[in-house]
Design a protein around this ligand. Structure first.
Ligand SMILES: [Zn+2]
Length: 203
């Protein structure tokens, strides 16, 4: 079982608010209209400026899409994803990965930077930043992976925007094309927001 690192607990609401602030600073229209957030440009051109974490690519085996290394202050995306982004499914997976890693940068870098203990752990464990815990022992809100995924959902599909689309009875295809995400990402978002209404299928 993979270990995860314990970080400062954050509520879903707090994470949603941080994601909203990021959208507001870079692409405020994405909070007002139903549209995709340009996460690729944010990752490439804004991340370093906003968080001091430098974006980069790296060769990873299948199954690893990205990694944020707080010791190096670098955020790596799998080269395989970048090279195959002409495929729509891969590009949407890339977008979700970038959003997730941006989440780590906004949510966890400050913790690492302000705690000598965290930094020590980094130096010892390379990719590890904080204490290593078994995921089963963590409540979701303390789990950095849960936090980063929640951030990614909120960044690519702001709560009131996805709710509006569903209230308007949008089809799954319209939602995925508008927010530029894969269907699994939509269903995760709906579970997070406790939306049980089934989506219409078809073109
Ligand atoms: Zn992660």
């Amino acid at each position: 079982m993979a270990s995860v690192l314990k970080v400062r607990p954050r509520s879903a609401k707090e994470i949603e608010n941080i994601a909203s602030e990021v959208i507001k600073s870079f692409q405020p229209d994405a909070l007002k209209m139903l549209m995709s957030f340009d996460v690729e440009d944010f990752f490439e051109f804004e991340l370093k400026d906003k968080t001091d974490v430098e974006p980069d690519t790296k060769d990873y085996p299948e199954g690893i899409d990205g990694c944020t290394d707080f010791e190096e202050m670098k955020c790596y995306i799998s080269r395989r994803l970048m090279e195959h982004r002409d495929c729509q499914v891969t590009r949407r997976r890339l977008r979700a990965t970038q959003a997730h890693e941006i989440g780590h940068c906004f949510l966890h870098v400050e913790d690492a930077r302000h705690s000598r203990e965290f930094q020590q752990k980094f130096l010892n464990d390379n990719h590890s930043s904080l204490e290593i815990y078994n995921p089963d022992d963590l409540k979701a809100y303390e789990n950095p992976e849960w936090q980063a995924w929640r951030f990614a959902s909120a960044l690519l599909m702001p709560e009131h925007c996805i709710k509006r689309a569903i209230e308007c009875n949008w089809k799954e295809k319209w939602i995925k094309d508008t927010f530029d995400v894969n269907p699994s990402f939509i269903y995760v978002r709906m579970r997070e927001l406790k939306i049980s209404r089934p989506l219409r299928k078809g073109q």
